[in-house]
Design a binder for this molecule. Structure first.
Ligand SMILES: CC(C)(COP(=O)(O)OP(=O)(O)OC[C@H]1O[C@@H](n2cnc3c(N)ncnc32)[C@H](O)[C@@H]1OP(=O)(O)O)[C@@H](O)C(=O)NCCC(=O)NCCS
Length: 160
């Protein structure tokens, strides 16, 4: 696990495409956030961690304190190279973000995901990591595609 480098961008863009979970618009948004991190590493809104095996970039997580809240964090993006999935890397990234948020006075982490079938594995991943579904807005993304908000509250967090 390490900080983001400008040279990671091509590998991260490839991973975002290879995941086959994101639309072109979503990938453009993910890239925009990564570029903000590279161009202005001292900005306060986002944090990023890159999972690596030696020189190989395996995935990343982008999270940060939600503006105008006290101690609420959001996980905005997480992606792991499909060739490296199922090896615990996603879990390591989540734990890293949770430790950092908690150390900075965070009370909870929220994240949003889709109700669609192909996100089933992702939703299971969040549940296994101790996140609970607390909110559902029906048809948020498009008709038939709800937005689910998952939350983990650090006061009840058992691990890390
Ligand atoms: C979701 C994602 C980040 C998980 O990363 P990962 O490295 O594969 O996850 P891990 O190996 O750390 O798995 C952690 C846990 O997730 C669950 N999990 C992993 N693979 C699973 C599978 N095939 N089916 C169900 N649950 C699974 C398990 O509970 C696993 O714990 P275990 O190994 O003790 O059983 C990764 O699959 C990914 O990048 N998906 C595409 C992008 C995406 O959906 N991002 C989120 C957008 S909202």
């Amino acid at each position: 696990m390490r900080e983001l480098r400008a040279t990671d961008l091509p590998a991260l863009i490839l991973i975002l495409h290879q995941c086959e979970a994101f639309t072109e618009v979503e990938i453009a948004c993910a890239l925009e956030l990564l570029e903000i991190m590279i161009n202005d590493p001292l900005q306060q809104d986002y944090r990023v961690a890159v999972a690596n095996g030696g020189d190989e970039v395996q995935g990343y997580i982008l999270y940060g304190p939600v503006p105008m809240t006290e101690g609420t964090y959001d996980i905005y993006w997480i992606a792991v190279d499909p060739d490296c999935q199922g090896q615990g890397i996603g879990r390591q990234l989540m734990r890293h973000a949770e430790r950092q948020a908690r150390a900075a006075g965070g009370r909870m982490i929220c994240l949003e995901t889709s109700s669609q079938g192909h996100y089933q594995r992702t939703r299971e991943f969040y549940r296994q990591a101790g996140y609970c579904e607390e909110n559902r807005i029906r048809d948020f993304y498009r008709p038939g595609d709800d937005r689910l908000t998952y939350v983990k509250r650090f006061t009840t967090m058992k691990d890390s």
